[in-house]
Design a protein around this ligand. Structure first.
Ligand code: DGL
Length: 266
């Protein structure tokens, strides 16, 4: 039994899609969330910057005596996981392995598409993980950078978003994929449009639910699940203006964000 909180960080508000799943799958666990809104987006930054930011974020979370850290950001998970595991003494879990596992379970024809930020796609993290777990899979990837802005703007449906989705997904539509991985925190909000653009027959998977299940498994195996008699506590931090985070974040979390403060180490 371990009632210490789970730490979760992302480059901004997007990781709240992971928080939402963790709250659902692990309702007794307390959570400290950090969104690095001052330095978002990570998806177009250099390896060095992404690693440095990720390490600083993890150090911040460690101050709350977290028992495990979830890297909700796909870009940070793709680039910074080995560096984090080397330097940070609490267990660190990324979203790539759980998402890759889910895609492998979902595909029937072994042809999987992956979309994400430019840095996630460039790193080939999903592709490598899918092939490591299951060698006979074919992976086709495409970066979709504007999806992040569209999701934050709340343009989740409609003509313009559908046109942009069709343009981004065009390289994947001729590849006969039957499964598409949403390899970015923001994309679950655009699931409807993405599904329309790629074809209704394609299964859409994302990492948020899968990482929550993975963490449940790790905490269970190591005897670290919380047995909170009280309600769990949720703390939220942003490295930039909290008003903006609260407004956009509520859409990602699906409810109002309370207990939100500024983290001023950036
Ligand atoms: N959180 C990022 C991800 O999942 C998307 C936003 C960004 O580029 O920082 O890759």
């Amino acid at each position: 039994m371990d009632n210490r909180p789970i730490g979760i960080f992302d480059s901004g508000v997007g990781g709240l899609t992971v928080v939402k799943e963790v709250m659902k799958v692990l309702p007794r666990e307390s959570i400290v969330y950090l969104g690095d809104t001052a330095r978002v987006p990570y998806g177009t930054k250099s390896d060095q910057a992404i690693k440095r930011f990720s390490l600083e974020n993890a150090e911040f979370l460690k101050k709350f005596n977290v028992k495990i850290i979830i890297v909700a950001c796909n870009t940070a998970s793709s680039i910074a996981l080995p560096a984090l595991r080397k330097k940070i003494t609490v267990p660190v879990v990324g979203v790539i392995r759980p998402g890759a596992g889910k895609a492998i379970e979902a595909t029937r024809n072994n042809r999987i598409g992956v979309i994400g930020t430019p840095m996630t796609i460039k790193s080939k993290a999903y592709e490598k993980e899918i092939k490591r777990l299951s060698g006979d899979k074919k992976v086709f990837s495409s970066p979709c950078s504007l999806f992040v802005q569209l999701a934050e703007e709340g343009w989740l449906d409609g003509r313009i978003t559908l046109d942009i989705a069709r343009k981004y997904l065009k390289p994947l539509t001729g590849k006969k994929i039957d499964t598409l991985v949403l390899g970015c925190t923001h994309y679950p909000l655009l699931k409807n449009v993405i599904s329309k653009a790629v074809g209704r027959g394609v299964r859409i998977v994302d990492s948020a639910g899968a990482v929550a299940e993975e963490v449940k498994g790790i905490l269970g195996r190591t005897g670290k699940l919380a047995i909170n008699r009280k309600k769990p506590s949720y703390k939220f931090f942003a490295t930039d203006a909290v008003e903006q985070f609260a407004g956009i974040g509520a859409r990602f979390l699906g409810k109002k964000i309370n207990n939100l403060r500024r983290a001023d180490y950036v």
